[in-house]
Design a protein around this ligand. Structure first.
Ligand code: UT7
Length: 318
C-alpha cells in the first residue's frame, strides 16, 4: 500500500492551560513541563462523526480518487456516541462510497493497526483504494475533576487514502494484556438479570507513570524491530512520527535512540493527546506544509490501552 491523500479536522474550541487552571487545581507551568502540552481542541457542540467525515473528505479530495473506487473503509475509534452502527458506515454514506466498512479499537495505536489491516486487505481482496480514518474524542472519557488525566487530551480526526503499492516496508503489532494501566468502562442498559457490580460506569482510569514506562520501552523495541526487519539504519529514517501522548515520552525515545530531535516532529503543544488520531493529524499537517517528499522513509510508533503497541516503516511516495 501507499498513502496518496491525507486529511484532518479538529473541533473549533481551543482550550489553553491557563483556561484549565481556572477550573482545576493545575497550572500552565505544571502541564507544560510535565507534558509539553500548551493547548488542545476540545469538543463542544460538534459531533465526532462530522470531524471524521471532514477529515475523510479532505483526504479523498487530495487523493483524486473517486469515492466509488474506494473498496474498504476502516475507522479507528475508541468510543463515541455511536455504539452501532459503526462510524465507518456513517462516513461511507456521507462521502459517497459503497464498500465494506469496519471500526477497530486499537486504542492510541489504532492508526498503525488499521494500516496493517489495510495492507493485508490489498493482498487478500485485491482492493483498489482504502480509506482509513481515525476519529477520537478522549476528552469525553475523562473525569473533569481528575487533573492528572483531563489536562492531557484533545479531540480530532485524521484520515488517509491508500492505494496499491509496496511502500509499507515493515510493521509490528503487539498486545500485552493489562487492563490495569488504562481502563474506561461504560454502563450498558440494565437487564433484570444482571449481577451487582458488573455494570459499571466510570471515567478513564490511568496509571500515568506505568504507561510512561511501558510506552518508552515498547516504542523503542517496536521501532528497532521494524528497522531491522526492513534492513534500514535508524539514521536513514527522515521522520519518526510517534503517538503524541507526552513530549517527554517522545524526547526519551529520541534520546535512547541517539538521534537528532529534528527527526521527531511534534504537534503535542497545540493538540494534546488525540489518541489514534494523533499520527494521521500530524501527517496531514506536515504533508500540507510540503514537509514530506517522495522517497522519504517514515517510521510510525504508537502505544495505548491494552496494553497495545505498534510500529510501521513506510516509504513516502505520491
Ligand atoms: O495515549 C497514552 C495515554 N497516556 C499517556 O501517555 C500518559 C503517560 N504518562 C504521563 O504522561 C505522565 O505520567 C503524566 C503527565 C500523566 C504525569 O506526570 P508525572 O511526572 O508522572 O507526574 P505524577 O503522576 O507522578 O504526579 C506528580 C505530582 C503529584 O503531586 P505530588 O503527589 O507529588 O504532590 C500529582 O498530584 O503532580 C501532581 N499532579 C498535578 N499537578 C498539577 C498531577 N496532575 C497534575 C496537574 N496539575 N494536572
Amino acid at each position: 500500500m501507499k498513502i496518496i491523500g491525507t486529511g484532518s479536522a479538529v473541533p473549533e474550541h481551543i482550550v489553553d492551560n491557563n483556561m484549565l487552571s481556572q477550573i482545576l487545581d493545575t497550572s500552565d507551568e505544571w502541564i507544560t513541563t510535565r507534558t509539553g502540552i500548551q493547548r488542545r481542541h476540545i469538543m463542544s457542540n460538534e459531533y465526532l462523526i462530522d470531524l471524521a467525515i471532514e477529515a475523510s473528505r479532505n483526504a479523498i479530495a487530495m487523493s483524486g480518487v473517486n469515492p466509488k473506487e474506494i473498496d474498504f473503509i476502516i475507522c479507528s475509534n475508541v468510543a463515541s456516541n455511536y455504539v452501532t452502527p459503526a462510524l465507518s458506515t456513517i462516513v461511507e454514506g456521507a462521502v459517497g462510497c459503497e464498500c465494506p466498512c469496519i471500526d477497530l479499537n486499537g486504542a492510541c495505536a489504532g492508526f498503525i493497526y488499521a494500516l496493517d489491516y489495510a495492507d493485508a486487505y490489498f493482498v487478500s481482496r485485491g482492493a483498489r483504494n482504502i480509506l482509513v480514518v481515525c476519529a477520537e474524542e478522549p476528552t469525553r472519557f475523562v473525569n473533569w475533576k481528575q487533573r492528572e488525566n483531563c489536562v492531557l487530551f484533545g479531540d480530532g480526526a485524521g484520515a488517509v487514502v491508500l492505494t496499491r503499492g509496496n511502500n509499507l516496508l515493515a510493521s509490528r503489532l503487539r498486545s500485552i494484556s493489562n487492563k490495569e494501566v488504562i481502563t474506561y468502562r461504560r454502563r450498558l442498559e440494565r437487564t433484570p438479570y444482571e449481577t451487582e457490580g458488573v455494570n459499571v460506569d466510570e471515567p478513564l482510569i490511568m496509571n500515568g507513570r506505568e504507561v510512561f514506562r511501558m510506552a518508552v520501552t515498547a516504542s523503542q523495541q517496536d521501532l528497532m524491530h521494524v528497522l531491522e526487519h526492513a534492513g534500514v539504519a535508524p539514521q536513514d529514517v527522515k521522520y519518526y512520527m510517534l503517538h503524541q501522548a507526552n513530549q517527554r515520552i517522545i524526547d526519551s525515545i529520541q534520546e535512547h535512540m541517539h538521534l537528532p530531535q529534528k527527526k521527531f516532529p511534534s504537534i503535542i503543544a497545540e493538540y494534546g493527546n488525540t489518541s489514534s488520531a494523533s499520527i494521521p493529524i500530524m501527517m496531514d499537517l506536515m504533508n500540507r506544509k510540503g514537509e514530506l517528499h517522495d522517497g522519504d522513509l517514515i517510521a510510525l510508533s504508537a502505544f495505548g490501552a491494552g496494553f497495545v503497541s505498534a510500529a510501521a516503516l513506510l516509504r513516502w511516495a505520491k
